[in-house]
Design a protein around this ligand. Sequence first.
Ligand SMILES: Nc1nc2c(c(=O)[nH]1)N[C@H]1C(S)=C(S)[C@@H](COP(=O)(O)O)O[C@H]1N2
Ligand SMILES: [Mo]
Length: 211
Amino acid sequence: MAGNGQGAPTDAPERIPPGQRLVHGWPVSHYGSVPRFRPERWNLRVFGATASGAERQWLFDDLTALPHATVVADLHCATGPTSTDHEWYGIPARAVLDLVPPAPEVTHVMAWAEYGYSANLRLSDFDAPETLLATHHNGEPLTAEHGFPLRLVVPHLYGYKSPKWLRAVEYLTEDRRGFWEDRGYHNIGDPWREQRYSHQEKPGEGPRLPG
Ligand SMILES: Nc1nc2c(c(=O)[nH]1)N[C@H]1C(S)=C(S)[C@@H](COP(=O)(O)O)O[C@H]1N2
Ligand SMILES: [Mo]
């Protein structure tokens, strides 16, 4: 299924990954309910295999003092919709890695959200230049349903790798499946390779599946 069916030159770079459909506006998509933000209880933790062995925490007000950047990107939900031109503003994941260096054995991270939602990422995907811990979208603070006060954005992977209501980053020395990765979705989730489902995983692309 090559091309967009509208006679685009075959050498034109595709805007929409294979099998995705363009949607207008910005759908809300998640499992479960929207958590309420309680600033007095909120923190962002970095834990697991840090180089120092210590964990690090920031309170909500501490986030403003961290480095910030803007990234414009599309959002590809693995069930099909792609929404375009999101302008994200927040803390580059790279800045987190600089501030809390991982131990040399770290290969993956687990991004943890409220209610135990999680998404695993290769360290290289978390370390990608466009991966952001976003606080703002199109110049406004995130809305509750899109992840306020903080969400991870990993634009080069399917949406399930971008947890809303982010609360922690865990450094891993071996890969472990996150929430959707454990429920039939691809461990890596590259939309340009259409890595949607775990049954498509090739050896080395994820921890062994049962069966
Ligand atoms: N905490 C949490 N984050 C989540 C999800 C979820 O169920 N819980 N769903 C993911 C999925 S599958 C997608 S496609 C995107 C959708 O983001 P949006 O609702 O801002 O469009 O959020 C991701 N982040
Ligand atoms: Mo999704």
